[in-house]
Design a protein around this ligand. Structure first.
Ligand SMILES: CC(C)[C@H](C(=O)O)[C@@H](O)C(=O)O
Ligand code: SF4
Length: 464
């Protein structure tokens, strides 16, 4: 029978099928960070259990880390406590940890792929919703709750019911200035922030195939923002080339063996999905959000809609009120106070390159505070090797040290109440970047242009 990519990977990991449609799923890799692991460690210890397969776990602090002076003790008490607890737990249980200052430290969803921990055909979990990022490699990757973190620690397995499958196909050539972030914001604007609920999504089509691995990660990363359980893309030459030679990727005969399996990872001709969508690449333009969920996105040149069918009138108006916008108006010309380039969605080297290419020889607008936070130590190192740090400094951008940072308004990386921030992150919820902060999600290019212009503009007029 024709199988989907999802089914192939899932079925290969079912240890046992239980009554009621629940599977015991084997988990190949478990990533942990400081926010969702402490209670799991406590639970394990209180029950006298050991970690079952600690060599399949990797830990890194990312959410609470300051993005300045990482060599100094952490100032904020809660953050220090969280990071110290992770360190202590990992030391006590002998779990591999890339702590602050380690060359492999970074946002968990950035370091997995860059270290070759994320591989095609793997099952991967983390107590973090954006674990969906790793699906870009043809892995089944999804976020889990703290009690499930403990379950995986103790058994390397997870009780799961199989989600429904959805395929989103984007064919054709992408317009100039359109990046992966625009594709996913476009998709979410079409499906709504709840449109993927209950599904695992496969992204397909020539426009997706044409993307780099980092761009594919941006797309899979935000699958969760339409409510989907996860997203994935069939591995191909682009994937294999990216994976090859990374720190923990298979080598020699192991590589050949892996490739044999990886080459079988695609949805068979005739495989059926519970839901299918098709969008032409030509319809996608640079996007921006105007509201307080990631589904409230528009083409940057379009007007805010008058109403939103899926949101009640009241919640639509509440959202606009929070943002200080009016229904039906254009965002063009709106002044912006902050630009944040970072997060597990868009903080990789290609993102930094897009920004540096655009801002080279330019200067940020006076009214804008522009902050750029690399996703990992490796991204930071590469940026410096390429001179991106200098280009950014000359343009008036502040390049900080790796972490989640202003994506969730951590430590001092906050957007003040009432201020507008064009952000390359993935969530524009009320207060996400700080109490009262107003977030507009966009691509790194849109963020870069906004920083230079000091306001929202039609970026097509600013491209060569
Ligand atoms: C802290 C963590 C549980 C959370 C998540 O799961 O998404 C965070 O990463 C976020 O983006 O809000
Ligand atoms: S960068 Fe943002 S979205 Fe990603 S894991 Fe960190 S807090 Fe969550």
């Amino acid at each position: 029978m024709a199988k989907t990519l999802f089914d192939k990977v899932w079925d290969a990991h079912v240890v046992k099928s239980l009554e009621g449609g629940i599977d015991v799923l084997y988990i190949d890799r478990h990533l942990i960070h400081e926010v969702t692991s402490p209670q799991a460690f406590s639970e394990l210890e209180s029950r006298g259990l050991e970690l079952f397969r600690k060599d399949q776990m990797v830990a890194t602090p990312d959410h609470n880390v300051p993005t300045k002076d990482q060599h100094l003790p952490i100032q904020e008490e809660l953050s220090k406590h969280q990071v110290d607890t992770l360190l202590a737990n990992c030391a006590r249980h002998n779990v591999t940890l890339y702590g602050l200052g380690h060359p492999f430290q970074g946002i968990v969803h950035v370091i997995g792929p860059e270290l070759g921990i994320t591989l095609p055909g793997r099952t991967m979990v983390c107590g973090d919703s954006h674990t969906s990022t790793h699906g870009a490699f043809g892995a089944i990757a999804f976020g889990i709750g703290t009690s499930q973190v403990a379950q995986v620690m103790a058994s390397q397995c997870l009780l799961q019911s199989k989600p429904k499958t959805m395929r989103i196909t984007i064919d054709g050539e992408l317009n100039k200035g359109v990046y992966a972030k625009d594709i996913i914001l476009y998709i979410i604007s079409k499906l709504t922030a709840a449109g993927g609920t209950g599904y695992f999504v496969e992204y397909a089509g020539s426009a997706i195939r044409s993307l780099s691995m980092e761009a594919r990660m941006t797309i899979c990363n935000m699958s969760i923002e339409m409510g989907a359980r996860g997203g994935m893309i069939a591995p191909d030459e682009t994937t294999f080339e990216y994976v090859k030679g990374r720190e923990f990727s298979p080598k020699g005969a192991e590589w050949d063996k892996a490739m044999e399996y990886w080459n079988t990872l695609y949805s068979d001709e005739g495989a059926t999905f519970d839901k299918e969508y098709n969008f032409p690449a030509a319809d996608i333009e640079p996007m921006i959000t105007y509201g307080t969920n990631p589904g409230m996105g528009i083409k940057i040149t379009a007007n805010i809609p008058d109403r939103l069918a899926e949101a009640g009138e009241e919640s639509f108006q509440k959202s606009l009120k929070y943002m200080g916008f009016e229904a039906g108006e254009s965002l063009l010309g709106k002044p912006i106070d902050y630009v944040f380039i970072g997060s597990c969605t868009n903080s990789r080297i290609e993102d930094l390159r897009i920004v540096a290419d655009y801002v080279k020889g330019k200067r940020k607008a006076e009214n804008v505070n522009a902050m750029i936070v690399p996703g990992s130590k490796q991204v930071e190192k590469q940026a410096k090797a390429e001179g991106i740090d200098k280009v950014l400094a000359e343009a008036g951008f502040e390049l900080r040290e790796p972490g989640c940072s202003a994506c969730l308004g951590m430590n001092e990386d906050k957007v003040p109440a009432g201020s507008y921030c064009v952000s390359t992150s993935n969530r524009n919820f009320e207060g996400r970047q700080g109490p009262g902060a107003r977030t507009l999600l966009a691509s790194p290019l849109v963020a870069a242009v906004t920083a230079i212009e000091g306001k929202i503009v039609d970026i097509s007029k600013h491209l060569n």
